[in-house]
Design a protein around this ligand. Structure first.
Ligand code: DP6
Length: 343
């Protein structure tokens, strides 16, 4: 009975150590460079998909609230790719219920966990409904998540993950590098959880089109990527952190050099950055990165996380801190788990 079929999944957010910042194809979501991230355990999205025979179109409910047509259209665009893949253009409409355990749209990458959870649940839903179609691998699945939001590509795996530039849509995929099951963690300083003024989609397009530094950024990013890869291979947090920070600063520099220029950094972000640098001068291995928002994410040893948290919280009592350790790949949630969590 297709119309009662329901599947739920949890996917974790990821933080880019080497940033994705620009598309070479806006429809296929092909990036202008390879990026590399760490999946985090404590920030995630839970999403349930249900075939809704009575509805004419897909619907999206975030924390129980029905979302507008523009947000629903982004979700339908991804669901339509699954309809095409499973050869069932006439599949029923899907009701999407989603709960973010990430402050939405505040540079804390809720779109990465959101579209990864959607894609992971959609594969299970369509495979159950259309079992004769060939199985979709995690690698192929990452290309479906990518079409919702580029950063979601990397949330299909846990630990350190690379999203390859690729030659085209088939091989611009997520590649798991290392499960990060060692002495590594992050503290997220959530300076503002307000909706961001300039979306990452717009910010990267504007930067790629106008920034005087954009081509330099792409070249330099490749070198930073190689340094982070080497740091991961040798489990050297200082090598990873130094290359991650350098990449972050170049990434923000592209926006300073855009026309008109803009920045996601605030004076508070800079205060946190200075504080992290001062902690490092004291001998603590702590390194910052920032995305398309004012929040600062600090990479550290897991064994130093409590100390880092305490020092940040004493210096910035007004800032909410989230502790995170490396997270796993997405997982399915059964009906009992879902109803216990969301009724
Ligand atoms: C700064 O994945 O949100 O977080 O593909 O347009 O949906 P779209 O953009 P999105 O951009 C993320 C940008 C970033 C860097 C990163 O995560 O690599």
């Amino acid at each position: 009975m297709l119309h009662t079929l329901s599947v739920a999944a949890r996917a974790h957010t990821n933080i880019a150590l080497i940033k994705y910042w620009g598309k070479r194809d806006d429809v296929l979501y092909l990036p202008t460079s390879t990026s590399l991230s760490l999946t985090l355990d404590s920030l995630y999205t839970d999403t349930r998909l249900t075939f809704d025979n009575k509805a004419k179109k897909d619907s999206l409910h975030l924390a129980g609230e029905k979302q507008d047509d523009a947000s629903t259209a982004k979700v339908s665009r991804v669901l339509n790719l699954f309809r095409e893949r499973y050869g069932c253009a006439d599949a029923p409409a899907v009701r999407v219920d989603s709960h973010n355990h990430v402050p939405t749209a505040a540079g804390l990458a809720s779109s990465s966990s959101g579209f990864a959870a959607l894609a992971f649940a959609a594969r299970a839903l369509f495979e159950r409904a259309y079992p004769d179609e060939p199985h979709m691998s995690d690698t192929e699945l990452s290309t479906f998540a990518r079409r919702g939001s580029g950063s979601a590509t990397r949330s299909i795996f846990g630990g350190f993950v690379e999203w390859s530039y690729g030659t085209g849509s088939q091989d611009s995929v997520a590649v798991p590098l290392d499960n990060a099951d060692w002495d590594v963690a992050m503290v997220v300083a959530a300076i503002s959880t307000q909706h961001k003024k300039i979306s990452s989609t717009y910010g990267m397009k504007h930067t790629a089109a106008t920034s005087a530094f954009y081509s330099l950024w792409r070249q330099a990013s490749q070198q930073d990527l190689e340094a982070v890869r080497a740091g991961i291979a040798s489990r050297n947090i200082d090598a990873i952190g130094a290359a991650m920070e350098a990449n972050c600063m170049k990434f923000h520099a592209t926006m300073f050099a855009a026309n008109p220029p803009f920045t996601y950094m605030t004076s508070k972000s800079l205060q946190v950055i200075e504080f992290v640098q001062a902690l490092r001068d004291e001998g603590l291995s702590a390194y910052f990165t920032m995305d398309a928002g004012p929040n600062v994410k600090i990479l550290c040893r897991r064994s130093d996380q409590d100390q880092l948290h305490e020092r940040l919280s004493a210096a910035f009592p007004e800032i909410t801190l989230f502790d995170a350790v490396p997270g796993d790949a997405p997982e399915l949630l059964d009906a009992a788990q879902w109803s216990e969590l969301y009724g």
